[in-house]
Ligand binder design. Structure first.
Ligand SMILES: [Mn+2]
Length: 325
């Protein structure tokens, strides 16, 4: 990761919004977006954004209107489907293509960890440490955390705000003190991270103050690039307010299901905790993690099993470059 990339990335650090909206197909969500815009920017502002945005002022608009990366992508995507000149539309299409990915990783290998649920009685520091030791042995220092790093308030505390806040704060301190150091962790916020927001805690800013090795990837979904493959990162159950739902991608990684599964373009990453589910028979319920590796023109996703003393691969899925992008 270059310093420039990191620097640009800091623009993306923002408090989590309590609003979220599930966007389906653009014919439907065009209407939804217009309604939702009133929550944070007026329609005039929206028109200003659509008419003036370009690759040089992208981050200025993000800061000025206090939008997340995903929200601004959503507004551009809406602009593409609105009644504006073809020339302007072409600019927006190009912008959407060039800005779709929040990060471009230059690492040849990246660790992927999902659903650690710090604070749950079934979380496992042992599994987290074993994973990071393994990654270190393989020279991997960049980690994508696919969401639900934290567990948030327990179900029994839901109606007790003091108890919920105490639990959230304890989990935050536990992470701050015990989470492995010496790595760059890119955190996609999951539905359990949202619970911090519900009790009024700005988890992201708190984490950014205490630990300079955590970077936010946004809420629920984002796109990153590695070895020229576009990877869609997903934590179902929550999504950034306006992020376009159907941008092109080569591979989609999913957390949240607490099991491994390899589909065609879609791979589920199991939990790095003892919170294993009893999945349908086509899924693998072992705890574990994954490694993305770029070699030549391919991108490999290898899932690793943490259920035995020796960490063993569960499966490897290789994606080959089909056409040059
Ligand atoms: Mn989840």
């Amino acid at each position: 990761m270059s310093y420039l990339t990191c620097y640009l990335f800091y623009y993306c650090i923002k408090p989590i919004s309590i609003f979220c909206v599930f966007l389906t197909y653009f014919s439907k969500y065009s209407v939804t977006i217009v309604k939702r815009l009133g929550d944070f920017v007026g329609e005039e502002d929206y028109i200003k954004i659509v008419n003036r945005i370009n690759s040089d002022n992208f981050y200025d608009f993000m800061n000025y209107y206090d939008l997340t990366y995903g929200e601004l992508l959503g507004i551009i995507d809406y602009g593409v489907h609105s009644d504006i000149s073809q020339i302007r539309k072409n600019t927006l299409y190009k912008l959407l293509r060039t800005k779709q990915c929040i990060l471009k990783f230059t690492d040849s290998k990246i660790g992927v960890i999902a659903d650690t649920h710090i604070g749950s009685p079934h979380m496992s520091w042992n599994k987290i440490y074993r994973t990071y030791d393994f990654l270190l042995e393989h020279g991997i220092y960049t980690i994508i955390l696919l969401g639900d790093l934290f567990h948030g308030p327990s179900y029994r505390s839901r109606n007790d705000s003091n108890r919920s806040i105490t639990q959230c704060y304890q989990q935050f301190v536990e992470c701050e003190e015990h989470y492995p150091k010496g790595f760059q962790n890119f955190l996609l916020h999951g539905n359990h991270e949202q619970r911090f927001d519900e009790v009024g805690m700005d988890l992201w800013n708190m984490l950014a103050i205490k630990r300079d090795d955590f970077f936010s990837l946004g809420i629920g979904r984002c796109y990153v690039k590695m070895n020229s493959f576009i990877i869609s990162l997903n934590h179902p159950g929550i999504v950034d307010r306006l992020l376009p739902p159907a941008l092109h991608y080569d591979i989609a990684l999913y957390a949240h299901y607490h099991c491994f599964y390899q589909g065609n373009k879609r791979i589920y990453i199991g939990t790095c905790s003892n919170l294993v589910n009893r999945p349908p028979s086509s899924k693998i319920d072992n705890p574990g993690f994954a490694i993305l590796s770029a070699c030549d023109k391919d991108l490999c996703v290898t899932a690793y099993d943490l259920s035995t003393d020796n960490i063993q691969p569960l499966f490897t899925k290789t994606y080959s470059r089909q056409k040059k992008r």
